[in-house]
Design a protein around this ligand. Structure first.
Ligand code: 13P
Length: 398
């Protein structure tokens, strides 16, 4: 295992910028023939799909200053765990009541530019008969949709997983577009304690790239999310090395699949120590490592980097984002949080109609805090003890 890990790292460290940007092909593909030259030209050409202009506009809208994404795309199983934490049954009516509370929070669009929905919510209406999608659009929030079909064991790997969902994806994306979605999300994961094996990284990167090409063909801006799980005792340096490797592969395959970089959004994990590592890192250190990762791997053509929270506490996720925005950088560095936006809101609601107003106000507090962090103007002064509680769960699924 150690040898395999060493090999992964060696590859990571030896990858040069030209390799992941699609400006050069892997040695096995390169030759001096005319065939090779035309292959290169295809890889470099800007995707001239029917939706190119719209994709670029949508991505820019989602990546607008002082705003970010509210992720509320928990699968029914995961939503059930959230509801159980406040003593509610996992019924469609309870999921509807909670999602309605979120999308209709007054003033949400000031801080939230996009919202990722689970399929059920995309087709669902509020209790007073308005489509959830229309409520979002009225709030100036772009509706998005989770299109992956979840994680399953990756045969032949070190107990790792891969993400399903490519079968039938084109027709599903076309239907989601008709239903009002304008961006998509595909979350796959990489585990540091389990390797990650070269196989798992390649599978994750290839799946993301195929998904991204298919989503763009059907008018949806793909959010590309290879989550590097927080699980483990490893330090920050190790997360950094693995992230370099993962993003090198992701961009290599995105380029190989002719994905239009101006029409994607990224959803990376921040570079933090493993959840069980004794040495914790300050927001400044997390920001320094994470920005270094972006500098080395992410072309400025990518319009938005929307970080996931991954089990950090609400305040921690906001502080880290704020630290990244203390100085100008070439990207729009923002948030696409689920747990770090919803946690105190869910607890405040507790399934009681009389708490809806208070819960919506708390959601606004978190959304505003992250909006300020996107602008580099957040201060944690006055934050509640609850918002500082970590939410890490071992082997978390979505
Ligand atoms: P968290 O912010 O809870 O890690 O959300 C992850 C995610 O992929 C939601 O869409």
């Amino acid at each position: 295992m150690a040898a395999a890990t060493g090999a992964v790292l060696k590859t990571a460290l030896s990858l040069r910028k030209s390799e992941w940007m699609g400006q050069a092909l892997r040695p096995t593909s390169v030759n001096t023939s005319a065939q090779s030259q035309s292959y290169n030209a295809t890889a470099l050409s800007v995707r001239a799909g029917a939706y190119s202009e719209e994709l670029i506009k949508t991505a820019k809208r989602v990546a607008s200053p002082g705003r970010g994404i509210l992720a509320m795309d928990e699968s029914n199983a995961t939503c059930g765990k959230r509801l159980a934490s406040i003593g509610l049954e996992n019924t469609e009516a309870n999921r509807q009541a909670y999602r309605q509370l979120l999308v209709s929070a007054p003033g949400l669009g000031q801080y939230i530019s996009g919202s990722i929905l689970f399929e059920e919510t995309l087709y669902q209406s509020t209790t007073d008969g308005k489509k959830m999608v229309d409520v979002l659009v009225q709030q100036d929030i772009v509706p998005g949709i989770k299109v992956d079909k979840g994680l399953v064991p990756l045969a032949g790997s070190n107990d790792e997983s891969w993400c399903q969902g490519l079968d039938g994806l084109a027709s599903r994306c076309a239907a989601y577009y008709q239903q009002g979605a304008r961006f998509a999300k595909w979350r796959t994961v990489v585990s540091i304690p389990n390797g990650p094996s070269a196989l798992a990284v390649k599978e994750a990167a290839w799946g993301l790239a195929r998904y991204a090409a298919i989503a763009q063909d059907n008018g949806l801006v793909p959010i590309v999310e290879p989550e590097i799980l927080l699980d483990g005792e490893h330090g920050l340096e190790r997360t950094f090395e693995v992230a370099l490797k993962v993003w090198a592969e992701v961009f290599f395959y995105l380029a190989e699949n002719n994905v239009l970089f101006e029409g994607i959004l990224l959803k990376p994990s921040m570079v933090t120590p493993g959840a069980e590592c004794k040495d914790r890192a300050s927001p400044e250190t997390v920001a320094q490592y994470t920005l270094n990762l972006l500098r080395r791997r992410v072309p400025p053509a990518v319009p938005g980097i929307m970080f996931l929270s991954g089990g950090q506490s609400e305040v921690e996720a906001t502080l880290n984002l704020n630290a990244m925005n203390q100085a100008p950088n070439p990207w729009h560095v923002s948030f696409s949080y689920a747990r770090a936006l919803q946690n105190t809101c869910l607890k405040t609601w507790a399934g009681r109609p009389e708490n809806v107003d208070a819960a919506q106000k708390i959601l606004l507090v978190r959304a505003k805090a992250n909006s300020l962090a996107q602008l580099g103007k957040y201060s944690a002064e006055g934050e509640s003890a609850e918002s500082k509680e970590g939410m890490f769960v071992k082997g978390y699924t979505y």
